[in-house]
Design a protein around this ligand. Structure first.
Ligand SMILES: C[S@@+](CC[C@H](N)C(=O)[O-])C[C@H]1O[C@@H](n2cnc3c(N)ncnc32)[C@H](O)[C@@H]1O
Length: 198
């Protein structure tokens, strides 16, 4: 089976991932939703010579498939595909299906979080839980990229994240235009410190 399918990142978002990695040189990258993007992230880290991608995948078959591509491309040093089945998590008294994070064993904080799962048709605003469940593990000055950000659900998710996590700000007005399918957020270290100690 090919990883080049309608579910994969677009070439523009792939370019954005690669450019962001080269610019920010993250130590720890966490990805929600594996596939072609996992290979792109792995190749970029291999080129940089440091860092590791931890890719969360809810579907066991898809996790095995991505893992076999990672092996075929000799990227196992740079990529770990984690089978993280969906589990019910209650946030503000609402149940959400989201990745079981028990097998996400990272030392340190997340420098880049790329959110491209779980699938949008799973539940309304399917990717929202990434905020409450992972944003506190993002490094000061760490980055978050949300794919499919042109969709209505994702636009609502971004609005809600920015309201609930004021230390994250839109960061997509750089010299390079960002493809409309993705949104880039950055954790502003100063605001984070003020919020916790101010
Ligand atoms: C948007 S996709 C992730 C795509 C991935 N980041 C990439 O660039 O290839 C989100 C999830 O959809 C599921 N998925 C991927 N390909 C699929 C397919 N052809 N049909 C149904 N589900 C698929 C996988 O479980 C994946 O984690």
């Amino acid at each position: 089976m090919s990883l080049f399918n309608g579910w994969a990142v677009t070439p523009q978002v792939g370019q954005l991932l690669i450019a962001t990695l080269h610019k920010s040189k993250p130590r720890i990258v966490v990805e929600c939703g594996s596939g072609l993007s996992t290979l792109l992230l792995g190749y970029a880290l291999q080129k940089i010579g440091s860092g590791k991608v931890f890719s969360l995948e809810h579907d066991g078959r898809h996790a095995r498939q991505t893992r076999s591509f990672v092996q075929a491309h000799c990227l196992t040093k740079w990529v770990q595909v984690i089978h993280a089945p969906l589990a019910v998590t209650t946030l503000n008294e609402i149940p959400w299906k989201w990745y079981d994070l028990r097998n996400l064993k990272i030392r340190g904080t997340i420098d880049l979080l790329f959110i491209d799962g779980p699938p949008g048709n799973l539940q309304a605003r399917s990717r929202y839980p990434a905020g409450p469940l992972l944003f506190r593990r993002v490094s000061d000055d760490g980055l978050v990229i949300l794919d499919d950000a042109h969709r209505q659900d994702e636009r609502a998710i971004v609005k809600r994240w920015l309201r609930e996590f004021p230390e994250f700000k839109r960061h997509d007005r750089p010299a390079r235009p960002i493809p409309r399918q993705a949104v880039l957020l950055k954790r502003m270290a100063q605001i984070h410190r003020l919020r916790n100690h101010g």
